[in-house]
Design a protein around this ligand. Structure first.
Ligand code: F6R
Length: 605
């Protein structure tokens, strides 16, 4: 939602920049700022304010800044609260490099920790500021060269404008999945995130493409397409396990953060709305959608199944979910009022992509949810939403699954509010979503207890994982994780109500069941399934809601989750199941990060 303006050319008065910035006001923002290089004083000067552009204008009229090149920005807070320090531009330790940024730097925490350890001093809580310090690290007098090196270490999305006091006759502009346009009129260059802002100053325009870096100098510019990977002397981005023995454990412990990152900047709690910038372009088409098909493989499909319950209950949209490898060989019924939603962590899964292409060919509107910026899926969908949860190294998907569920809840709000969902319901979901990261953290505090339970249950070779309604797909996820990372065990999932139709024959004292039974609309029904298993001597490990003491009377062991809205319970019930599977795998002496026979990205049919 942020806005960017930059100019290199004959204008010295930043009033022009402020006027251009005002043309971006419609996008929504909460703070604004500017910076300009003053050739006489050989320095860069900056002003920032919280609130409207008029506040910036007022500050500017009291202490005007003249100079060229200049950059301006309107910020919509995502990482870091709404404060003057967090407003853009951001600078480096030496106040040499000034930048404005749209997008999100996903790996900023890792980068910031490294830079702090190297002695860099930060003056904001934003993800953006790491970019100025990274450029500082590589700066040897040439701004575009330092930028190019810095960008190689960045994961995320960006439209960036950068100026430097020590390389002053230049604006460097870079883009990845966030628009940036260069407007040209004679020897004047205006760069903006939105064409509307620079119409008066542009005779011709150039749309920067993903991975392009433009260097604009007096009367000239050139664009470099940055595609070749290059070895760098500093491995800032090397994935670190930190205090964890395995990436899978680290990534499960990042699940609260994954929820936080997935909702960051995407909720308007008062209006009960979700703000999904990636869907803006197809907003009107989405109003017309009468049906949705969700496709994915493995874990991603289970997220889709939770999405089916959410979207049907709250947005009133009929949803069908299929595995990529099946969908591609069916004869699906699709028309222009069908949206296909492809869910893929990697964005490269061959079966999912093939299914997506088939749906597109038949005229469906193609949407995607992925964690990997610039992946094939992002290129082949009409619009999409990023997970923004940083790289997932463990082969079994954990934190991204949690993020997929969170984004599906946002999508439900988005589509629901386009339809019949009331303001009150929108607000309620929004409030509960905001509480979720904190609630997820409380579950992880039971880590030791879950580890003990894993030890106790690791003696069994067969498991049922049972759930109903919103938590039936989570039973599937729990069973898949046991199969994947604790692969000496066979685990199967069933909806609680299905047990009596056959599978119950397997139950005895050596065949335990994990029963997901939060206090929701199907709790009583789940109790029946638990009773049925119990009366055949089957052990029960229940995942129940805090405060439910009665469950202890039937279950052998209980893991508690905090109370939340029924539609959001899967986000919480998943966390102990992920930990349980990881700890059983470790108990059995298996490599949970790289389980046998599995690959992180399945790019073959
Ligand atoms: C399970 C798991 C796999 C993937 C599946 C799809 O833990 O990781 O089931 O979910 O291979 O992968 P993506 O999401 O990359 O399309």
């Amino acid at each position: 939602m942020c806005g960017i303006i930059g100019h290199l050319g004959k204008y010295n008065n930043l009033k022009i920049g402020i006027d251009a910035l005002k043309r971006l006001e419609y996008r929504g923002y909460d703070s604004a700022g500017l910076a300009a290089f003053n050739a006489e004083k050989k320095d860069i000067f900056s002003l920032k304010t919280v609130g409207r552009i008029s506040n910036l204008e007022e500050k500017f009229s009291k202490s005007p800044i003249f100079g060229n090149p200049f950059i301006l920005h309107t910020r919509w807070a995502t990482t870091g609260r709404v404060t003057e320090a967090n407003a853009h531009p951001h600078w480096d330790c030496k106040k040499n490099i000034y930048i404005v940024h749209n997008g999100i730097i996903e790996n900023y925490r890792t980068l910031k920790d490294k830079l702090l350890a190297m002695g860099h001093k930060f003056s904001s809580d934003t993800d953006t500021e790491v970019v100025s310090h990274l450029i500082e690290y590589f700066f040897k007098g040439n701004l575009e060269e330092a930028t190019r090196k810095a960008l190689k270490l960045i994961k995320g999305t960006y439209a960036l404008l950068i100026i430097s006091r020590e390389d002053p006759q230049k604006i460097v502009a870079a883009r990845l999945s966030s628009p940036l346009i260069i407007g040209i009129k004679d020897k004047d260059y205006f760069i903006a995130s939105d064409y509307n802002a620079i119409i008066p100053y542009a005779k011709k325009v150039i749309n920067l493409e993903d991975n392009e870096i433009a260097t604009i100098t007096p009367g000239n510019f050139f664009i470099l397409k940055e595609r070749e990977p290059e070895e760098l002397d500093l491995k800032l981005e090397e994935a670190q396990k930190g205090k964890f023995s395995h990436f899978m454990l680290k990534e499960i412990f990042e699940e609260p953060e994954a929820i936080r990152n997935s909702i960051s900047g995407r909720l308007l709690p008062e209006e009960g709305l979700a703000k999904l910038g990636g869907l803006e372009e197809v907003k009107d088409k989405l109003k017309e959608i009468e049906r949705m098909i969700i496709i994915g493989c493995g874990t991603a499909r289970y997220a889709g199944l939770v999405g089916e319950y959410m979207l049907e209950e709250y947005a009133g949209i009929p949803v069908e979910v299929d595995v990529g490898s099946e969908f591609r060989y069916r004869k699906p019924i699709i028309n222009e009022k069908t949206a296909v939603l492809s869910i893929s962590q990697s964005g490269e899964t061959a079966d999912t992509l093939a299914a997506l292409r088939e749906a597109k060919r038949k005229g469906a509107l193609a949407l995607g949810i992925t964690n990997v910026v610039g992946s094939t899926q992002t290129r082949e969908t009409d619009a999409g939403i990023y997970n923004h949860v940083g790289p997932e190294i463990g082969v079994a998907s954990t934190k991204v699954f949690i993020s997929q569920l969170t984004i599906l809840a946002l999508l439900t709000m988005y589509l629901g509010r386009q339809r019949e969902m009331s303001l009150v319901t929108g607000r309620r979901i929004s409030q509960e979503l905001q509480k979720l990261p904190g609630l997820a953290e409380t579950i992880l505090k039971q880590d030791k207890q879950i580890q003990e339970l894993a030890k106790k249950y690791s003696q069994f070779r067969n498991f049922f994982v049972l759930g109903r309604k919103y938590n039936y797909p989570i039973a599937m996820e729990g069973a898949l994780k046991l199969k994947e990372v604790a692969y000496l065990i066979h685990a199967e999932s069933y909806p609680g109500g299905e047990m009596k139709h056959g599978p119950i024959a397997l139950i005895d004292e050596n065949f335990p069941s994990v029963a997901i039974c939060p206090s929701d609309s199907v709790y009583e029904k789940m109790l029946n399934a638990i009773e049925e298993a119990k009366s055949r001597n089957g052990k029960i490990l229940a995942v129940a809601t805090e405060g439910n003491e009665d469950i202890k009377k039937i279950a052998d062991d209980v893991i508690y989750i905090p109370k939340t809205l029924e539609m959001l319970t899967p986000i919480l019930t998943t966390i102990p199941l992920h930990l349980f599977a990881a700890y059983i795998g470790l108990e059995l002496g298996l490599d949970i990060d790289k389980p046998r026979n599995l690959a992180k990205s399945v790019t073959v049919e």
